[in-house]
Design a protein around this ligand. Structure first.
Ligand SMILES: Cc1cc2nc3c(=O)[nH]c(=O)nc-3n(C[C@H](O)[C@H](O)[C@H](O)COP(=O)(O)OP(=O)(O)OC[C@H]3O[C@@H](n4cnc5c(N)ncnc54)[C@H](O)[C@@H]3O)c2cc1C
Length: 288
């Protein structure tokens, strides 16, 4: 699939009304009741004031917003779940393209495939898939957005058994900087598909992800405190069951051991720096 949206923006610089007239979603401006809440991201230290926030309803809104920002030479911040530690989900004086209202999810349990929109969180996706006894590997916290997590690679509780999130990514629908809407997968635009698997938001705005689903069994998870974190976690990993993954704080004294899907639902352990230790060689070889 390939479609090209052309905005009417080139001759109408900074005409936010023309953008509002083109989109089906909402345009939130400074002074609007929603603006204060809408400008904030998960990282509370980030305090940016965007020129406007677009709550996109669909891929067409995304394309119009990308073109509007480009034509007006404005910075564009794309926001999925808003959990970027660097605060990339917002921007001072630019346009925030907030995808939180795009939360469609279609699960095909027979084909073990799912199409998911970028406003979903890992927890929402995981709960819906778990109803079918299936899961896609995400991270350790349910509130993180599937979008940023997937585009960054995605490492979590299922990594030893099923790999990174991008190992389960089958394809994407994406809007590129010139407003084109493309499908990228192993057959169509394979270079772009390669790039989005770890390249973050640098290659376009993903409007749908297609994931492979894996069968999952009993949920096992739990927390433990150990003193000499790195050495003891390494030892715990060496002796843990094949499917277990350990996640702990790099400098703290906490560790959480997760089985098949416990962590994908999110324990909310809130560790600042997350490291993962995957022993027995296999995980490092697959995902290093
Ligand atoms: C509490 C916490 C726990 C975490 N645990 C893990 C973990 O276990 N495993 C792991 O791998 N990571 C983990 N992370 C890191 C997390 O995966 C990244 O911060 C991720 O980028 C967040 O995605 P988001 O959609 O919520 O964030 P956002 O801030 O919305 O987006 C993050 C980045 O992706 C871009 N982006 C978002 N949506 C799109 C889109 N649709 N198209 C193109 N670009 C887009 C944004 O522009 C931004 O640059 C954790 C982060 C936090 C805060």
């Amino acid at each position: 699939m390939e479609a090209l949206i052309r905005g009417p923006f080139v001759d109408e610089p900074l005409d936010l009304e023309s953008l509002a007239g083109c989109i089906s979603g909402r345009l939130i401006l400074p002074g609007d009741d929603e603006y204060e809440a809408a400008r904030h991201v998960h990282q509370t230290a980030v305090d940016a004031r965007p020129l406007a926030i677009v709550r996109a309803a669909d891929a067409r809104d995304v394309a119009f917003t990308v073109l509007f920002a480009r034509d007006n030479d404005l910075d564009l911040a794309v926001r999925g779940g808003g959990h970027s530690l660097a605060g990339h989900g917002t921007v001072d004086g630019g346009i925030v393209l907030d995808l939180a209202d795009m939360r469609g999810l279609h699960i095909d349990p027979d084909a073990r495939l799912a199409w998911a929109q970028p406003g979903l969180t890992a927890g929402e996706f995981t709960e819906a898939a778990a109803a079918h006894g299936l899961a896609t590997p995400f991270g350790d916290t349910g509130s993180v957005g599937i979008a940023g997590l997937t585009l960054g690679g995605g490492i979590g509780w299922l990594v030893r058994k099923y790999g990174l999130t991008i190992d389960a990514l089958v394809g994407v629908e994406i809007v590129t900087a010139d407003g084109r809407q493309l499908v990228a997968n192993e057959q169509d635009h394979p270079d772009l598909f390669w790039a989005v698997r770890g390249g973050g938001g640098n290659f376009g705005v993903v409007t749908r992800f297609q994931y492979r689903l894996h069968p999952v069994g009993m949920i096992l998870g739990g927390g433990t405190n150990i003193s000499d974190v790195q050495a003891d976690q390494k030892q715990a990993g060496d002796t843990a069951a094949r499917d277990a993954t350990i996640i702990g704080g790099a400098a703290g004294a906490g560790a959480v051991l997760g089985g098949p899907i416990g962590g994908a639902l999110g324990f909310g352990i809130g560790l600042g720096v997350v490291i993962e230790i995957h022993t027995r060689g296999q995980a490092w070889r697959n995902h290093g």
